[in-house]
Ligand binder design. Structure first.
Ligand SMILES: Cc1ncc(COP(=O)(O)O)c(C=O)c1O
Length: 382
């Protein structure tokens, strides 16, 4: 029997048909499907404006560029995330300032943000890690008090909401990934949402080499090519039609895991704040028992037909690419901090003690009960 996988790809005949249609039409570049997807995603998120992009990293870079984050600008963010979150800041010569996370929510701790603000701070880039919404009300208040921009990294947060409002709507721009293992996918794929018309026009222009909205070869500003293909957009478009079916199962799974795992005293699971809806993208318990190593539980689960792994065990500021930035061309113009001196104890604790368990959209109640039973067996034997 194949082990229960950690991640899956939930695509069906409908996605295949949609991609086939695009190929048959020979209109492979961003077109009809992207526009349809954008309308659906605007409804889904409640955002006024959506544009499709090639991936979530491009979405972040586009957001930072449209909001004029440039060399020497400090952007406050979390180190407990995928490297793209802070890399996008570096792309423009911005300086990621890493603030520790809250030990219970795993998200950037709003109480620690204020201490990190300097006269060079331009923005806060919170990441809804694993799909757990950050305390956006507290973050938005700090941003308002200090006149800072907020860009939400919602790569993992499809259907993560706060009091019903979709993440990505609490700051100036929300960026999303539709990478092949996310809650909703496009193979590669991304989206940017915002609620300001002027900013949106700028985003669309920078996404497409600063071209005139009418197309052609007149360029108003420097931009990138962050357009996607209509094959990816076709998958994203169908995924929006299937979103309820895909996400309902994930939310049920998340609820059941939270209920069953909260009874295991050797573990801590991510705290979801009141009124917050987790996207149920990833489930990562934290081992509280100092005698237990993550490798031990991972290999025990493997022996029992369950895949699991660690993901962000090296924090962003600990990555070799950050501890030596001398080969990054922006270091010729920007004086970066010495990241080897940064310390975020809560993030370090989570990084060393988490393990990711299966959270695939097709997981059944029975499989979840089995996974939790095996985790409990492991601790009984300790
Ligand atoms: C938190 C976070 N930010 C950004 C990204 C970048 O998205 P992409 O892989 O689509 O470029 C990811 C993707 O995996 C992510 O998990």
């Amino acid at each position: 029997m194949n082990p229960i996988p950690v991640v899956d790809v939930n695509i069906k005949e409908k996605e295949l048909e949609a991609v086939k249609k695009v190929i048959e039409s020979k209109y492979l570049v961003e077109g009809k499907n992207a526009r349809e997807f954008e309308n659906k995603f605007a409804k889904f998120t409640g955002a006024k404006y959506v544009t499709t992009v090639v991936n979530g990293t491009a979405a972040l870079h586009l957001a930072l560029t449209a909001l004029d984050i440039g060399p020497g600008d400090e952007v406050i963010t979390t180190p407990f995330t995928f490297i793209a979150s802070s890399n996008a800041i570096l792309f423009n010569g911005g300086i990621p300032i890493f603030v520790d996370v809250d030990k219970e929510t795993f998200n950037i701790d709003p109480e620690k943000i204020e201490d990190a603000i300097t006269e060079k701070t331009k923005a806060i880039l919170p990441v809804h890690i694993f799909g757990n919404p950050c305390d956006m009300k507290a973050i938005a208040d700090i941003a308002e008090d200090h006149d800072l921009i907020v860009i939400e990294d919602c790569a993992q947060a499809h259907d993560a909401r706060i009091d019903g409002i979709h993440t990505g709507n609490f700051g100036q721009i929300g960026s999303f990934s539709f990478y092949g293992t996310k809650n909703l996918i496009g193979g590669e794929g991304g989206a940017v949402i915002c609620n300001d018309e002027e900013l949106f026009e700028k985003i669309k222009s920078i996404k497409n080499h600063g071209r005139s909205p009418k197309g052609g070869y007149y360029h108003y500003r420097i931009g990138f090519n962050y357009r996607t293909t209509d094959m990816s957009a076709a998958i994203m478009n169908v995924q929006m039609d299937r979103a309820q079916e895909i996400l309902e199962r994930r939310h049920k799974n998340g609820e059941l895991y939270r209920k069953l795992l909260s009874e295991q005293e050797n573990l801590m699971i991510q705290k979801v704040l009141p009124g917050h809806q987790h996207s149920d993208y990833i489930m990562t318990p934290i081992i509280l028992n100092e005698q237990v190593k993550t490798e031990d539980i991972i290999s025990y689960l493997k022996e029992n037909g369950i895949s699991s792994r660690t993901i962000y065990s090296i924090l962003s500021y600990e990555q070799p690419s950050y501890t030596d930035l001398s080969n990054w061309h922006m270091s010729r113009v920007v004086n970066y901090p010495d990241y080897s001196k940064v310390s975020c104890p809560n993030a370090e604790f989570l990084a060393r003690n988490h393990f990711e368990i299966p959270m695939v959209s097709t997981l059944s109640d029975k499989e979840i009960a089995f996974i939790v039973e095996k985790i409990n067996d492991f601790f009984k034997k300790k």
